[in-house]
Design a protein around this ligand. Sequence first.
Ligand code: GAL
Length: 630
Amino acid sequence: MVLKLTKNKIIFTVLIIIAIIFDGWLIYILYHSLTYPDKYWDWDNIQTNNDTYFPKNFMWGTATAAHQVEGNNQNNNWYEWENLHKKDNISRIHNNDKSGRASNHWELYKQDIELMKDLGVGYYRFSVEWSKIEPKKGIINYEALEHYKKLCNKLIDSGLTPVITLHHFTHPIWFEKLGAFEKEENINHFIKFSETVFNYLAELVPIWCTINEPAVFVSQGYFNGVFPPGKKDPLLAGHVMKNLLNAHVKVYHHLKSLPRGKDKQIGLVKNITQFDPLRRWHVLDWYFSKKLNDVFTNSAITFLSEGIFRFYLPGMANINFVNKNAIKALDFIGLNYYSRMHTKGHFNSSLPFTFELRKDKDIQTDMPYAIYPEGFYRAIKSISQINAPIIITENGIADEDDSHRDLFINRYLYALSKSINDGYDVRGYFYWTLMDNFEWAEGYKMKFGLYEVDFNNQKRTLREGSKSLIDLINKPSFDKRGYIVSIGDEAPDLELDYIDGRRVKLSDLRGQVVVLQFTASWCSVCIQEMPHLEKEVWQRYKDKGLTLIGIDRDEPIDVVRDFQKKVGTTYPLALDLGAKHFSKFAHKNAGVTRNIVIDRNGKIVFLTRLFDKNEFQEMINKIESLIQDS
Ligand code: GAL
């Protein structure tokens, strides 16, 4: 009996423990699944072409990095890595590649600027090679600086704006030998170098990126060991991350304090790769995903927004640090986004997690990750927590056979356009990359270029798939009020179906002053404005050479007829099913009411938005002067 009771007790206790554990796990999984739903958009029903628009003054650019394109870098950490670091006599670089002459951009930069012009971009992000500028500690090579000055001048003469990155994965061998960013005291060397470059080039360069992707530098160099210095040491990784972020903060404040600093935009470039659970029901997948997101992304976001740095990997690293100077130590945040990783957890302390592709579900790129535009939107949302203007400093696809580049561009830029529409403050987009180049540990295998490079003769050829980027860059953009058109433009022609059955072509109204009012029955501001249009425009000028047409946004004829009765206006109303007419003048998702005044020659001369009494009066004055002029 006693024995039985004890046995039952044991079974009961075990069951309770299991229940608690599983309940806890269940709640953990449920909580995370609800907080981070796996986002997928219904691409079959998204017309990326129709729904992708960008604001006027949006910065379009391409990006490169010195070591990947210039050629002849023989004095930096990567040169050593490519040439000396061998494991079992096998190079650490794919195919035993060496950066060597790379894309010879050092010599061919003028021709490359022509390629940029052909794309229609207005900006170029490139990095300066520290090892060329300061080949020995404290010794500055002014010829190298002069080269970058020439590059900047050529860009400016060609109508492009230079954007400089001070540290893009490479630094001189002497700096590496000192321990690079493993040691806090070495940050001073980077500050001095940054100051030298800044003093030399700031008059030509309005936008500066301090450090490119601290998390990639750390994860590849100190975690996976595939970038120099090839270490696998999580605790050291945490310290390097801390030093890189602090280096950014110090360089930011230092450059800002220099005479030219105030009016320059200085920021950090942060990559985001989301870590998502491979199996959404598996607690370990969730657990490690969360840890990796915290360490590689959230640590930097919290540091730059709250000044608190936490790098915690259970049993491996636990670094806590506060630096209040880090709060808002940037004028913009650069975001590099490519894709996400799927984490699989294991009950194995020597291999706690791995990453797996879902080849059956996702469209793969040539890199070990899939096309995931939804993640681009998510990344913009995450980085917006820093509360600084966002510039997309890198985004692109490795796609040797060019079969997905077009789809990639259309979908990722749709995601970007959607994020801007939803209110995220994204100011620009730099495509990675202008032309094929040395892709770090992947050597020359990865073809990220908008232009293909034949490395035998350095010939550049535009890839077919890149043309969709050119189309998007050159597509009409919209202003703050949502207008695609501007004053001075010729009004797009429309064939209007009036609700009384008449059909009128806008171009047939040449010789008259035309006012188009975009309106809708559900729009209260329209209803407020319409009696004024009736009285102060239509009744006053209809017999003096003016046509006023209300164009109703995407409502059926019965609704529009009732609408007209309700507001009591008599000027003609026309239909606009699918907002086709509207979207020739304004961004499709922009609002009504708005008036477009067109002169007798078909030119747009005045634009209003909403019903602002002063603006409305200015419009009347304009109409009056146009009528008088005849
Ligand atoms: C980024 C890096 C670039 C480029 C790109 C494509 O992490 O900043 O230099 O290599 O990835 O993989």
